[in-house]
Design a protein around this ligand. Structure first.
Ligand code: TTP
Ligand code: MG
Length: 381
């Protein structure tokens, strides 16, 4: 079956974020790295012209580019940007495999009717990322995973390369064999011994020779050299549920105390759902009684939700319906039964309680707690 795979990779990811954070660094050679290992994590494209690259010792980089700006790694920052981009990609397509902090594959096979032409979609993704994060990325669109990755690298930075079936041979002809996945220094040396440096030459080598030299990997090499790769895009299993629970300071049957705790937990669960771009249909209340007996009660609602209010209201209902024989020791709430992220409009806004005002409240709460910490704001009943 003909497939369409998209590979996206951010350009000079850490360095670009640093340049964005401090506009004085724009256009300058910026090197991010150091730490205990003392190596370059990445370098801006300006710094790369001096020969600096990832994994190079910092002292060596400083020799090549003494006037460069050397910055420490600020992981949390990069992770936040990455999470926003990945959440967006998961909204765009149901099959997304994140392979590193700044890189993901999307399987767009058969989505043309739903998502439109893959190349137009790629342009849309580039535009969203630029508008929302002020960062550029490079995208490759190709018939398989290996070629999509080659394509995204083809015109970096800010590239968009499409490899059609009939262009595969041309693309691979002069590609250095070192670019093939799995070909490291050792394999390269053996290939060089056979007089092979380019992928085109490799493709002409009888498969038997490769199999003899490399065993099973020989067959894979032969396939790659012809642009064949059947490996699948596997979306990482997203969490099956998101929940929060709290052991009360004292066992209690006071419903106001229980509700207060639920409210804070629903807030935390809602925030995490929204951050991951997830919406779920099943809301679960968990209670542990003073004798340590654990019960869960759940309700499945019509439309998937990430709304704090919907989660709270449903959890309150479940709590009210429960005849509690003993005092409660622990209380928790969770959301599960996630739907793939292509947004579905509920048929009846009112009936689901998911009105726009609540979405705006959630967004405002998220923004404030992101900026000032999650304890600064609490919803009142
Ligand atoms: P890459 O995508 O490999 O590099 P990059 O985004 O900086 O540049 P390019 O435009 O070529 O894609 O890696 C993503 C981030 O991962 C990078 O910004 C820093 C980090 N990283 C390391 O910390 N160490 C490494 O050896 C590599 C390769 C990357
Ligand atoms: Mg990158």
């Amino acid at each position: 079956m003909k497939r369409t795979i998209l590979h996206i990779d951010m350009d000079a990811f850490y360095a670009s974020i640093e340049q964005l954070a401090n506009p004085a660094l724009k256009g300058k050679p910026v090197i991010v790295g150091g730490g205990t290992r003392g190596v370059v994590s990445t370098a801006s494209y300006e710094a790369r012209t001096f020969g600096i690259h990832s994994a190079m010792p910092i002292f060596q980089a400083k020799r090549l580019c003494p006037h460069g700006v050397y910055l420490p790694v600020r992981m949390k920052r990069y992770q936040d940007v990455s999470a926003r981009i990945m959440a967006y990609l998961r909204k765009v397509s149901p099959i997304v495999e994140q392979v590193s902090i700044d890189e993901a594959f999307l399987d767009l096979t058969g989505t043309e009717r739903l998502l439109g032409d893959p190349v137009i979609l790629a342009k849309k993704i580039k535009k969203w990322i630029l508008d929302e994060t002020c960062l550029t990325c490079s995208i490759g669109v190709a018939p398989n995973r290996f070629l999509a990755k080659i394509a995204s690298d083809w015109e970096k930075p800010d590239g968009l390369t499409v490899i059609r079936e009939d262009q595969v041979e041309d693309f691979l002809k002069d590609l250095p064999v070192g670019k093939l996945p799995g070909v490291g220094k050792k394999v390269m040396k053996i290939l060089q011994g056979l007089g092979i440096t380019r992928t085109g030459d490799l493709s002409k080598l009888p498969e038997g020779i490769l199999a003899k030299r490399f065993g099973k990997f020989g067959r894979r090499l032969a396939e790659l050299s012809r642009g064949i790769d059947s490996s699948a895009i596997v979306p990482h299993s997203e969490p099956k549920s998101i929940s929060s629970e709290y052991t009360l300071e004292q066992d209690t049957d006071d419903v106001m105390i229980l509700k207060k705790s639920l409210l804070a937990e629903a807030e935390a669960v809602g925030r995490r759902l929204r951050r991951h771009g997830l919406k779920g249909r099943t809301i679960t209340l968990k209670l542990k009684y003073s004798d340590f007996r654990l019960i869960t009660r759940n309700r499945t609602i019509e439309s998937p939700t990430d709304s704090t209010k919907v989660i709270t209201d449903t959890a309150f209902e479940l709590l009210t319906h429960e005849t509690r024989p003993l005092k409660v020791r622990l209380i928790g709430v969770g959301v599960s039964n996630f739907e793939t992220s292509i947004q579905q409009m509920p048929l009846f806004h009112k009936a689901t309680g998911c009105d726009e005002k609540q979405t705006r409240v959630d967004r405002a709460m998220d923004a404030v707690s992101e900026r000032f910490g999650k304890d600064i704001l609490r919803r009142g009943r």
